[in-house]
Design a protein around this ligand. Structure first.
Ligand code: GUN
Length: 290
């Protein structure tokens, strides 16, 4: 078994981005600028947004964190989005999800200018992805593609089972793996909460990508010997023995699944850092398109 180490792979990507930014700086070009909108200040979203801003600093990007109160109205958030669309210095931005219940996420996502949609969640971006046209790919699936490619995992002709059909991970992941690209060209099965013969299908996976949001759901009996397993889940579990008061678990029961696999991504340190690296790649792309 080998680890698909997202920390190592994302550090490589960040080094490459840093050299590109250094080159832009020495040529007197415009420094890429990412903005992140955070509504409210509770939960894991704060940690994720801070990590995104910190990663920008590391590679030499400019970053702006827009913090808005949990109680902000939908109209005021949409006004902020319009302001970011019009801001000439900002190349790309994200609105961290989930948003409070009183705000329509889809409405906000659709208000983001596709030119600046570095999360790749706008219907225009997703449509272009399906058509294999140049666009911003959603950060987590893009990060997984990079993790597979940069660790030399063959995907063409292999059976990839994607568990989960969320708009931000499972659905785009299944499309990317099936596209006529490298990596890609896999035979893809998508399974979800209404799938009947789940284990029968997961046992056929050469590559199993798990994004169902249930801690330690995938157990050893569901995984084929020698499979590649990518775990997208991240769950905070209360643990008084930890200084932070919690520990992190994935969607896969790592200890029992890992010995059966050829490659497996850990949690933390697998997909998470790759998501951030992909967002930075999209931001550089946005700046280059200006
Ligand atoms: N919430 C969970 N993942 C993501 C992501 O990739 N982007 C944004 N904006 N929100 C998220």
């Amino acid at each position: 078994m080998q680890l698909l180490d997202g920390k190592i792979t994302s550090d490589q990507i960040k080094e490459e981005l840093k050299s590109k930014v250094d080159a832009i700086k020495s040529n007197g070009g415009k420094i890429p600028h990412l903005a992140a909108v955070l509504v409210g200040d509770s939960g894991a979203a704060v940690t994720y947004v801070n990590a995104k801003v910190k990663a920008c600093e590391l590679v030499g990007f400019k970053s702006t964190l827009v913090k808005l109160p949990e109680t902000i109205s939908e109209a005021d958030l949409l006004a902020k989005v319009a302001e970011l669309n019009a801001d000439k210095d900002i190349d790309g931005y994200i609105v961290q999800l989930p948003l409070p219940k009183h705000i329509d996420e889809q409405k906000v996502t659709e208000a983001i200018s596709p030119d600046k949609d570095v999360d790749g969640f706008h219907p225009t971006s997703l449509g272009k992805m399906v058509l294999n046209l140049p666009t911003y790919l959603p950060a987590t699936p893009y990060g997984i593609m990079q993790l597979l490619e940069r660790n030399g995992i063959e995907t063409a002709g292999r059976h990839c089972v994607v568990m989960g059909r969320s708009h931000i991970v499972g659905s785009p992941m299944s499309i990317l793996m099936a596209r006529n690209t490298n990596p890609g060209n896999a035979t893809v099965t998508m399974v979800h909460s209404r799938t009947k013969n789940l284990k029968e299908l997961t046992l056929q996976a050469d590559i199993l990508i798990v994004a169902i949001g249930k801690p330690e759901f995938v157990t050893a009996d569901m995984v084929k010997e020698g499979a590649v397993v990518v775990d997208v889940g991240i769950h905070r579990i209360d643990d008084a023995s930890k200084k932070s008061g919690f520990r992190l678990l994935g969607d896969v029961k790592f200890d029992e699944v890992a010995p059966k696999t050829s490659y497996i991504s850990p949690v933390p340190g697998g997909v998470g850092p790759m998501t951030i690296a992909s967002l930075l790649m999209n931001t550089l792309q946005a700046a280059a398109l200006k």
